[in-house]
Design a protein around this ligand. Structure first.
Ligand code: ZN
Length: 379
């Protein structure tokens, strides 16, 4: 009899509890992942606070930026996924059905054909659905037959591999969707984790000028420059429009990507600093806040306004290839690691509730407890 999996279960809003869940038997078509690291996404904060617009019920094991090693694998699953036990893989969080009209049009992120007509993703499926191990804040994850896996090349460390999702997001939102190309100017607001991975994506795409705008001169602005930003603008101190004009010889930006959480002014700023015919991409959740958009400006400037969510197949592959290349100091992005029992501290740290910590990317490493225990390092 194997040991059960230890998991941090969100029983209600702001109520996390460590619980043991039995490991399921694995058949021919599914598998079990031993989780090495789970990145914390901004939506984990909203889920924790009970503010997620498309949230599902409790109890649930949060966490959808999952990296681990294949622990058990059915024989059909091994062939279908082309992996073997011991491989380091990540899992696309969206568990689409694969056969509805949405999925067959290639939009599996929007599939609502599973688990009671709801959009379903690892980290959001309730523990009442057997076998319950549907989230990354856990020692093990159930690999459902509809899961889609991506294998990392040998030699990639789990704590860098876990950036696959944030990097994949940067690639899709800064490059794929707005078709950012050689010589183009992009303005990225602001230098959070997705902002910085967008800098890497824009650099890889051959952007001519990468401008990062933020509200203060934090270490994040310096890190943006280190990762490839040409210019950083503090829009509290400087006039954003004037500075963008200056940097583009009056042309304005080809692409503006707004990643600012909650604040709505950046949406209006983006419309102002994008060039006629340019593209504004919105990827920062404003929660329940709404913005009055000057539609005439969109019209007269012939602007494309796009909302984006999630990462596609191509961007995952590109993200993994950038991670494996070792070209960028990605370890600089991974600022905090927490064991499972500190999942709440991890979320609150990412939410900026700590008066001392300045977090960038945070991961929960579910086996850290045991390692610390072995090292006699339990606090
Ligand atoms: Zn579907």
């Amino acid at each position: 009899m194997t040991n059960p999996a230890l998991a941090a279960v969100l029983n209600d809003k702001e109520t996390l509890e460590l619980r043991e869940l039995p490991l399921p038997p694995i058949g021919d078509d599914d598998g079990l992942l031993r989780i090495e690291a789970c990145g914390i996404c901004g939506s984990d904060i909203a889920q924790f606070r009970g503010e997620l617009a498309w949230g599902h019920g409790y109890p649930v094991i949060p966490g959808h930026e999952i990296v681990g090693r294949i622990d058990q694998l059915g024989r059909h699953a091994a062939r279908r996924w082309n992996v073997q036990e011991g491989d380091l893989v990540t899992v696309d969080p969206f568990l689409a059905c694969g056969c509805c009209d949405t999925c067959m049009s290639g939009r599996y992120i929007n599939c609502t054909n599973n688990w009671g007509d709801k959009q379903q993703s690892y980290g959001f499926i309730g523990t009442e659905y057997a076998p319950g191990l549907w989230g990354g804040y856990s020692q093990y994850l159930y690999l459902h037959r509809n899961a889609r896996l991506y294998k990392f090349p040998a030699g990639v460390a789990a704590n860098q591999a876990v950036l696959f999702n944030t990097l994949g997001g940067g690639i899709r939102w800064a490059v794929t969707v707005p078709k950012l190309g050689i010589g183009d100017t992009i303005v990225i607001m602001t230098p959070g984790q997705r902002g910085l991975t967008s800098v890497i994506a824009a650099r890889e795409a051959g952007a001519g000028k990468i401008i990062v705008a933020g509200r203060k001169d934090s270490y994040k602005m310096a890190l943006a420059r280190e990762l490839g930003a040409d210019v950083t603008i503090n829009f509290q101190r400087e006039n954003l429009l004037e500075r963008v004009k200056e940097e583009t010889a009056g042309r304005l930006a080809d692409v503006v990507l707004d990643l600012t959480p909650e604040a709505t002014q950046p949406v209006l700023d983006a419309i102002e600093i994008v060039r006629p015919g340019g593209t504004v991409v919105l990827a920062g959740s404003k929660g329940a806040r709404t913005v009055a958009i000057p539609t005439d400006t969109l019209m007269w400037k012939d602007i494309t306004l796009r909302g984006v969510v999630g990462v596609g197949h191509r961007e995952y592959r590109q993200a993994i290839s950038i991670i494996a290349s070792g070209k960028y100091p990605l370890h600089r992005l991974m600022t905090h690691r927490f064991p499972l029992r500190e999942a709440e501290t991890a979320i609150r740290t990412l939410a900026g509730e700590s008066p001392v910590e300045e977090p960038m990317c945070i991961a929960i490493e579910p086996w850290l407890d045991e390692r610390q225990h072995l090292q006699g390092d339990m606090k």
